[in-house]
Design a protein around this ligand. Structure first.
Ligand code: ADP
Length: 264
């Protein structure tokens, strides 16, 4: 079994001012997944421009000051759920078109969190669908939070990877992003950035080859935190570039590709 995460940066236009799909990438990615013929597959996708804009606007996960703010946030919560569900609909549509029996399982319908970390999630349905030979598709979503001060939280696709991988124990965990893996600094802003083939711990990053420091920022920092937690439990994962034609298919087939392995 493989858990595959599709980054919001690959399936949407992440910097768009409104929710915008990347249909060219989606079509290619669905085709690559179909060609790889993975026996058991769980797909988790990020929200990209379908989630981040309203999550920021409604400040989901921040402390709620009064009833008025609560009412406003509830509306935001419902709007975000609807928007990411819309993205999930497109993803499943492309997968189905390529003969992949994708079955949507929205986290907002079965997951709760406590202080923004997944608290309870009954994975029986995910396991049931896997057993049936279907491909469960989950996504970054909003969920109810047990902390009364915040009441709602955003659960990233990367946190879902962590939670599901620790419990479903897949053979492999592959995260497709729009860069080759973890670099010494953001490769988009610095041409000197060097790809790190293996990352073992945060201290590894801080003290890499003596004085050289590593600067992992934004979404990649959050991703790495989740994956290092998994690595600590002895579960290895790999980040690859799903923006580049053919890389995802090769990775799914177990062929060697450029990327970063996060391990113990
Ligand atoms: P995704 O949407 O694929 O899950 P994010 O967009 O959240 O991923 O994070 C990937 C982005 O992180 C890359 O596009 C890159 O610009 C940025 N980034 C920042 N620092 C680093 C780093 N040290 N190595 C790789 N990418 C980095």
């Amino acid at each position: 079994m493989i858990i595959l995460k599709l980054g919001g940066s690959v399936i949407t236009r992440k910097d768009a001012k409104k929710p915008t799909l990347n249909p060219v990438n989606l079509e290619r990615i669905a085709s690559e997944i179909a060609q790889a013929k993975v026996e058991k597959l769980v797909i988790i996708h990020g929200a990209g421009s379908f989630g981040h804009i309203d999550a920021r606007k409604y400040e989901i996960g921040s402390e709620i000051k009064d009833e008025e703010e609560l009412a406003w946030k509830k509306m935001g919560f419902a709007l975000i759920q609807n928007t990411v569900k819309n993205l999930n609909h497109f993803i499943c549509h492309f997968l189905l078109n390529h003969g992949i029996p994708a079955i949507a399982i929205p986290p907002s319908s079965f997951i709760t969190s406590n202080n923004k970390r997944i608290k309870s999630a009954n994975l029986a349905m995910v396991e049931k669908y896997l057993e049936m030979g279907l491909v469960p598709v989950l996504h970054g979503d909003v969920v109810p939070d047990e902390n009364d001060d915040i009441q709602m939280a955003v659960i990233s696709g990367d946190q879902l990877v962590n939670y599901l991988a620790a419990r479903l124990k897949p053979e492999r965990i592959i995260l497709g992003s729009d860069v080759d893996g973890i670099y010494t600094c953001d490769p988009k802003g610095d041409s000197q950035a060097e790809l790190l083939p293996v990352v073992k711990s945060l201290s590894d990053l801080e003290f890499l080859e003596g004085a050289r420091t590593v600067d992992v920022t934004g979404g990649m920092a959050g991703k790495l935190k989740e994956l290092l937690e998994l690595a600590g439990e002895g579960i290895q994962s790999e980040i690859i570039n799903a923006d580049c034609e053919g890389v995802l298919m090769k990775a799914l087939k177990g062929e060697k590709v450029n990327g970063t392995i996060i391990t113990k």
